[in-house]
Ligand binder design. Structure first.
Ligand code: COA
Ligand code: NAP
Length: 277
């Protein structure tokens, strides 16, 4: 067999079960679409029933088997129930993606305890609920788990204390569970997207055309990324091509995080003006 056909076979997810928490929109939905195009059966989960059902219908329109379930990752029982339904429907989970997240710009001294807790609850506790709840349903050996992290995990970034703390915690969970679950043949990695065009995440951090331009110009590759570029790397990391990769935190960011934490002072002022309206 040629090397090219070996590569194609490794990226063939026909019949594989892919479960995506936070899969209703943006980067995570693009990951779902990429797996669907490679033949996977995909379960998408997020809070908004109409949105998640429409997202799953979109995957079915691509020819995939797909299910949309509504659950909040902050609710461990609801997430476990969604995982159990997914397991009953499509069998053991081959690929688990945890990407639900929330973000807003706020200085720590101006952030309420509930504001801080909300982001920790969605991003960090939510990721624990997804991974802990999935453990009994994962294919062993063979499952691949991918946490969607962010550069704030390792770049201290003003106005992002909640996200920095949450995403750093996620990357540490990645490393610890890679050690705890490695013997069962489960791989766990973090993927760190850079600024990705036309996403809710970026709209919150670069809310004007001017802010987007600055963002673009400071990326070493001089452009924003797109959701397909994240989805491509997600499929590779969860495929046999990455069979010896676990506990890794991989940036897919055009070199953006090499700059360190960004300055969101103007973006914060703009978000405050919008909030006041
Ligand atoms: N600045 C300061 N505090 C804010 C804020 C802002 N821009 N937006 C929300 N908060 C605070 C709220 O005031 C509240 O605290 P309080 O009770 O002390 O007033 C707390 O955060 C929770 O807000 P609430 O709107 O009740 O939370 P929610 O659970 O409905 O929504 C969010 C969670 C706030 C993260 C919401 O933005 C969300 O659902 N985001 C998902 C989409 C997203 O962020 N995508 C980008 C991913 S990177
Ligand atoms: P997005 O479109 O807002 O995606 C977040 C998804 O999570 C939505 O589908 C949302 O759907 C769901 N969600 C939010 N809170 C939830 C909860 N409590 N329970 C269940 N689902 C929940 O944002 P995005 O920009 O594509 O970001 C996706 C991921 O990439 C996030 O982890 C983010 O931190 C990361 N990231 C993004 C960028 C970027 O440039 N966009 C850069 C670095 C990292 P509902 O609202 O319907 O629940």
């Amino acid at each position: 067999m040629s090397n090219a056909s070996n590569l194609a076979a490794a990226l063939d997810f026909s019949g594989k079960h892919v479960f995506i928490a936070g899969g209703g929109s943006g980067i995570n939905l693009a990951i779902g679409e990429a797996f669907a195009r490679q033949g996977a059966r995909v379960v998408l989960v997020s809070r908004t029933k109409e949105r998640i059902e429409a997202a799953a219908a979109g995957l079915r329109a691509l020819g995939a088997e797909a299910l949309g379930l509504s659950a909040d990752v902050r609710d461990a029982e609801a997430i476990r129930a969604a995982l159990a339904t997914a397991h009953e429907t499509f069998g053991p989970i081959d690929v688990l993606i945890s990407g639900a997240a929330g973000n807003f710009l706020a200085p720590a001294a101006g952030m309420s305890a509930n504001g801080f807790r909300t982001v920790i609850d969605i991003d960090l506790n939510g990721t624990f609920h997804v991974l802990r709840g999935a453990h009994e349903f994962l294919r062993k050996p063979g499952a691949a788990v991918l946490n969607i992290s962010a550069p704030q995990a390792f770049n201290p970034t003003p106005y992002q204390a909640h996200v920095c703390a949450a995403k750093a915690g996620i990357d540490m969970l990645t490393r610890v569970l890679a050690m705890e679950w490695g013997a069962e043949g489960i791989r766990i990695n973090s993927l760190v997207p850079g600024p990705i065009g036309d996403t809710e995440g970026l709209r919150r951090l670069a809310p004007s055309a001017e802010a987007l331009k600055v963002m673009e110009q400071t990326v070493p590759l001089r452009r924003l990324g797109n959701t397909d570029e994240i989805a491509n790397m997600a499929t590779v990391l969860c495929s046999p091509l990455a069979s010896f990769v676990t506990g890794a935190v991989l940036t897919v960011d055009g070199g953006s995080s090499l700059l360190g934490g960004r300055d969101y002072t103007d973006a914060y002022a703009a978000s405050q003006r919008a909030r006041a309206q």
